[in-house]
Design a protein around this ligand. Structure first.
Ligand code: 9PG
Length: 564
């Protein structure tokens, strides 16, 4: 049986007890049986006369770890199977922006192997069951793990208490435990796993930032004649990052007119925004410099860099009442224009390390406030997709979550990002993360594997790679949004899309053994056998084959199971 044997606060380690003291706080721990594992609740109390800033609280659990699942806190972060000693030291010298983007604890870059929120290893799982109070990361060591609650600069006043999000630990087979953990996480976090995901079209992976109203109209017409349900305009429509009520000059009539034209053809209008980013050149940044998260030296925190946006973008301080009002009214207005589907991107910015209006808020708490303001604005019945979003604080607010790096019309990326290559846009990177995060589907939300690209021309993808993507999307939940110039699709491609939609296994999914290759992912009526790492041979399997593809870089087979 796995059990904690130590507690760490403020760098001080003490033995695990029901009542303990370390780092200037008293700790009360409660261990409860939650078969097949244990649930641990911890309350911190400040017994002194001055406030205490605990920083982080660690729960030490001895265990023998051979292989672990490293994964970062947000959609695009690295997801990979590795040894607990494979810490990629080159990450330590990555730009601060890259570390802050991909890791809950940027200081751990190159130092330790972590599973943010939860760690799955070859013989167990340890994970926090909610993520609204604080961010968390589970550090892997060959002889055990430390589950860290990251309390940032939150202070505990004299006599006050602070409760940590509960932790669940269990030894056993990693496949079933992954599902069991996700199940508990979703239940504790009051997940919204049931909203019907639309089939649809997205502008990004064909038109990128050069999308025009004409492109949207042309594709809306084709989407409607092929009975897709939704048309989502991606990055490129806005006047500036941060000014979400102003469209760029090429969009006469703005978002209202665009939504109206989509609606007129009977489709649901969808819109991309990055609500917690504020570009240097935006009107909001000029008018409300007090709405930005700041560094200790007073400069605004840099949260993204994109030449297409005019350079740097800062982070919105979502603990500022003015910024929260702005978010709510902006999203109320967009909903009123007809946008029932919202892809909110670069959400990690709201959880940037830094100084905020409410100095007592954790980074998770700040992001949660921002997400809730968006939800309040669009209303409970609009569809909300998180992207570039830390998972923990989003459970219970979003209907769907991007679970991978960006796809691209190329199999592998020609770029390098030392220590973080898996985060670069490429079909292979996106598929690998999508496969390994399958058990989150319909337990926390609907998993978004990013857009299908089926076009046979104007693509760097070979036929087997496009078929492989179709099989993986169908077998990991069937969230089917196409991102092609639809005029390029022929009968074969439309038929493939039809297959993805009809065979799509939109049920909670299990991975038989997350450390095996190929992976076998089963839903109620389908089984997907797939590998995005190496080409090759798939073991023979029962069931009726629906989609199959293989090539030098990967292979997948989707079968329909006969389960009466
Ligand atoms: C629009 C795109 C698409 C896409 C999103 C997101 O610099 N970066 O690290 C970086 C990461 C991801 C990214 C763009 C830039 O893509 O995932 O679907 O909406 O934004 O800009």
């Amino acid at each position: 049986m796995l059990e904690p044997d130590g507690l760490v606060v403020g760098g001080e380690r003490v033995p695990f007890r029901r009542l303990a003291a370390a780092g200037g706080v008293e700790l009360e721990t409660r261990l409860a049986d939650d078969p097949p594992g244990l649930r641990l609740e911890v309350t911190l109390r400040n017994p002194g006369r001055a406030e205490v800033v605990p920083g982080r609280v660690g729960m030490v659990v001895p265990a023998s770890l051979a292989q672990v699942l490293e994964h970062g806190w947000q959609s695009w972060s690295v997801v990979r199977r590795c040894s607990p000693t494979d810490r990629r030291p080159e990450r330590a010298s990555s730009p601060g922006l890259v570390k802050r983007m991909h890791l809950a604890d940027p200081d751990s870059a190159g130092e330790t192997v972590n599973g943010d929120q939860f760690l799955l290893w070859d013989a167990g799982v340890a994970g926090f069951l909610a993520g609204g109070r604080h961010l968390s990361t589970v550090e892997a060591r060959p002889d055990g793990l430390v589950a860290w609650a990251l309390l940032d600069s939150t202070a505990i006043a004299p006599g006050a208490e602070l409760q940590l999000d509960p932790l669940w630990i269990s030894g056993g087979e990693p496949g079933p435990l992954y599902s069991a953990y996700a199940e508990r996480w979703g239940a504790t976090g009051q997940a919204r796993p049931a909203a019907t995901a639309p089939t649809g079209w997205c502008s990004w992976y064909h038109y990128f930032d050069r999308v025009t109203p004409r492109d949207v109209d042309d594709n809306t017409r084709l989407a409607s004649s092929h009975r897709l349900g939704m048309v989502q305009i991606d990055d490129g429509w806005q006047a500036a990052i941060g000014d979400w009520t102003r469209a760029a000059p090429g969009w006469p009539g703005g978002t209202a007119a665009a939504a109206g034209r989509i609606r007129a053809r009977g489709l649901t209008p969808g819109l991309w925004t990055a609500p917690f980013l504020v570009a240097e050149n935006s009107a909001v940044a000029g008018r409300h410099p007090d709405w930005l998260v700041r560094r200790p030296d007073g400069l605004p925190v840099r949260s993204a860099y994109n030449p297409q946006w005019g350079g740097w973008a800062h982070a919105l301080d979502t603990t500022h009442p003015g910024a929260l009002d702005y978010l709510r009214s902006t999203f109320t207005a967009l909903r009123a224009e007809g946008f029932d589907y919202h892809k909110i991107d670069f959400c990690y910015a709201a959880a940037a390390p830094g100084l905020r209006h409410d100095g007592s808020a954790t980074r998770a708490g700040a992001l949660r406030l921002g997400l809730q303001a968006v939800r309040d604005g669009i209303g409970d019945d609009a569809f909300l997709l998180g992207c570039g979003c830390p998972f923990g604080p989003a459970v219970g607010v979003v209907d769907a979550m991007r679970v991978s790096a960006d796809v691209a019309p190329t199999w592998a990326s020609e770029h390098r990002l030392a220590g973080f290559d898996e985060t670069l846009p490429s079909l292979r990177n996106a598929l690998a993360a999508t496969l390994l995060r399958a058990p989150l589907h319909r337990r926390l939300w609907a998993n978004d594997p990013d857009c299908l690209m089926l076009r046979p021309t104007q693509t760097g993808l070979e036929p087997w790679q496009r078929r492989l993507q179709a099989a993986v999307v169908a077998g990991t939940g069937g969230f089917a949004i196409v991102s092609d110039d639809l005029a390029l699709l022929g009968d074969d491609e439309w038929e493939t899309l039809e297959m993805v939609v009809s065979a799509g296994s939109d049920q909670p999914l299990d991975i038989e053994d997350p450390f095996a290759d190929p992976l076998r992912i089963t839903g109620r009526s389908t089984a997907l056998v797939a590998s995005a790492d190496a080409g090759g041979q798939l073991p023979p399997g029962g069931g009726r084959t629906v989609l199959e593809a293989s090539g030098p870089g990967g292979a997948a087979r989707l079968v329909e199971l006969d389960r009466a």
